[in-house]
Design a protein. Structure first.
Length: 183
């Protein structure tokens, strides 16, 4: 079945929908007397109801709430079908197929949304890391011993990378003269 829907910008988009329907004949005489071909009639009624329901929804609404569409089509046709001796058991949209260019655009939109979400998460992590650095800096500013421990930690990391170290002026000279932090 083919349907059209309006997107947010009021652009008409052609869609192909596959609708699965289960029904049974509860009164064969009524069905045959009232309709020349009950199956064709049911097909047309379902197609009209589906087009009516699809036309009133945005593409996003169709993609996210197929069950609501199923219920609406069922309600639109069930009563009329019973009048002709047919009973609808179930109605369900199996597939909603977008044209190639729309599928590509929709995939690009989804990808862009995921990139934006990843950027938000990255920014939050950067903000948290910056806050942590600021808190560390405040603590080091308030506690000179803590600052000195951090200096020694950095010095230890630097010396791990050095093959040989010659010290003039003793260990105290290295600690006092090598590492300086000017505030």
């Amino acid at each position: 079945m083919i349907g059209e829907t309006q997107t947010e910008g009021e652009v008409s988009v052609s869609l192909r929908l596959n609708l699965a329907v289960q029904y049974r004949v509860v009164d064969a005489l009524k069905a045959r007397a009232g309709l020349r071909n009950p199956v064709d009639w049911l097909y047309r009624e379902l197609q009209f109801a589906l087009r009516q329901s699809v036309g009133g929804r945005t593409l996003d609404a169709l993609l996210t709430a197929k069950e609501a569409l199923d219920r609406e089509v069922f309600r639109a046709v069930a009563a009329a079908a019973e009048g002709y001796g047919l009973k609808l058991e179930s109605v369900g949209v199996k597939d909603l197929i977008l044209p190639g260019e729309m599928r590509t655009i929709l995939n690009q939109v989804v990808e862009a949304e995921k990139v934006a979400q990843a950027n938000v998460i990255r920014r939050r992590e950067e903000t948290a890391a910056t806050r942590s650095l600021l808190n560390t800096a405040k603590l080091m500013d308030e506690h000179p011993t803590l600052r000195r421990l951090k200096e020694l930690e950095v010095l230890e990391k630097v010396t791990e990378k050095v093959d040989r170290l010659t010290v003039f002026g003793g260990l105290e000279g290295v600690l006092q003269e090598t590492v300086r932090i000017n505030v």
